[in-house]
Design a binder for this molecule. Structure first.
Ligand code: C2E
Ligand code: MG
Ligand code: MG
Ligand code: MG
Length: 291
């Protein structure tokens, strides 16, 4: 029967392709208008100090609510924005928005707070990222040490002169640099020493393996050990369980981020988290282990 329907199903298949392509095109067109229309916004996900359970800061994560299609995940629209160059304007807007929000929280007394922002490689190659960052820090009167940029190993691997110069300039200003999704790229641990980096953020895929009895637990232990030896902060992303938390704590990981501690939320809800103080399960657990 499949063979007989070969013709029609082939047509159906190509029509399906066209629809997908059409939708992609439609999404791309509306992405161009999204910023002006106020459809892009930022959610904040807490990072927690594993030794005491305190919130050390937030990661700013871009969101897009399309008028007809609803929420479009960043995994869909960020790559699109990277392809058509819109990421530069979106990234600038996220930077301003997140720094303005950090200012609000610092004014409320959370002065040690660190705001983490994701950067795409285009933001390094188009215009001067350093001047933009200086400008935004000036506008928001934010101490540079309250700002951390998350970049992927890919950006380091490209190793263009401009990227390397910009990274050094940012570091010299006192802005922190973190390697996001660490372990998924092509870099070796030895690479870490050569770049002006403060923090390693272990990819969720390794954290997930902690609960299954395999060698990946060895990889994550090695990443933590080397990073600590190089005096780098270690953050684990995608922490969802207590057993993962125990493991990370036991092996010297400094901070964690994940649904166990809090999902990315709107600023109001993030404010509530901050005011509530520590992650509620942490004090008892930390006390139990004599910390
Ligand atoms: P990322 O920077 O690695 O961000 C972490 C992603 O993991 C977020 O997805 C977050 O919601 C999700 N996540 C956090 N904890 C957990 C957990 O416990 N379990 C699971 N399953 N997931 C968790 P999100 O917000 O969908 O963002 C996806 C990616 O989009 C980000 O990955 C980042 O690469 C990119 N992105 C988001 N906002 C921006 C932005 O403003 N600029 C740039 N350049 N990229 C962005
Ligand atoms: Mg990130
Ligand atoms: Mg990540
Ligand atoms: Mg990741």
């Amino acid at each position: 029967a499949a063979k007989e329907e070969g013709g029609p199903s082939f047509r159906f298949f190509t029509r399906g392709m066209n629809e997908a392509a059409q939708q992609r095109l439609a999404i791309e067109l509306s992405l161009r208008k999204a910023l002006e229309r106020g459809e892009i916004f930022v959610h904040y996900q807490p990072k927690v100090d594993l030794s005491c359970g305190e919130i050390t800061g937030f990661e700013a994560l871009a969101r897009w609510r399309h008028p007809e299609l609803g929420l479009i995940p960043p995994e869909t629209f960020i790559p699109l924005a990277e392809k058509n160059g819109l990421i530069v304007r979106i990234g600038e807007w996220v930077l301003r928005t997140a720094c303005t929000q950090a200012r609000v929280w610092i004014d409320e007394g959370f002065s040690d707070l660190c705001m983490a922002i994701n950067l795409s490689s285009h933001q390094f190659t188009s215009g001067s990222l350093t001047s933009l960052v200086k400008e935004v820090l000036d506008e928001t009167e934010l101490p540079p040490s309250c700002l951390e940029f998350e970049i992927t190993e890919g950006i380091l691997m490209e190793r263009t002169d401009k990227t390397m110069r910009t990274l050094s300039e940012l570091r010299d200003m006192g802005v922190r640099i973190s390697i996001d999704d660490f372990g998924t790229g092509y870099s070796s641990l030895g690479y870490l020493k050569r770049f002006p980096v403060n923090t390693v953020k272990i990819d969720r895929s390794f954290v997930r393996e902690i609960d299954s009895p395999h060698e990946d637990a060895a990889i994550i232990k090695a990443i933590i050990a080397v990073a600590r030896n190089l005096n780098l902060q270690v953050v684990a992303e995608g922490v969802e369980s207590h057993s993962q938390t125990e493991f990370l704590l036991a092996h010297g990981c400094n901070e964690a981020q994940g649904f166990l501690f809090g999902k990315p939320v709107a600023p109001d809800e993030a404010s509530l988290m901050l005011r509530a103080g520590r992650w509620r399960d942490a004090p008892a657990r930390a006390m139990a282990r004599g910390r």
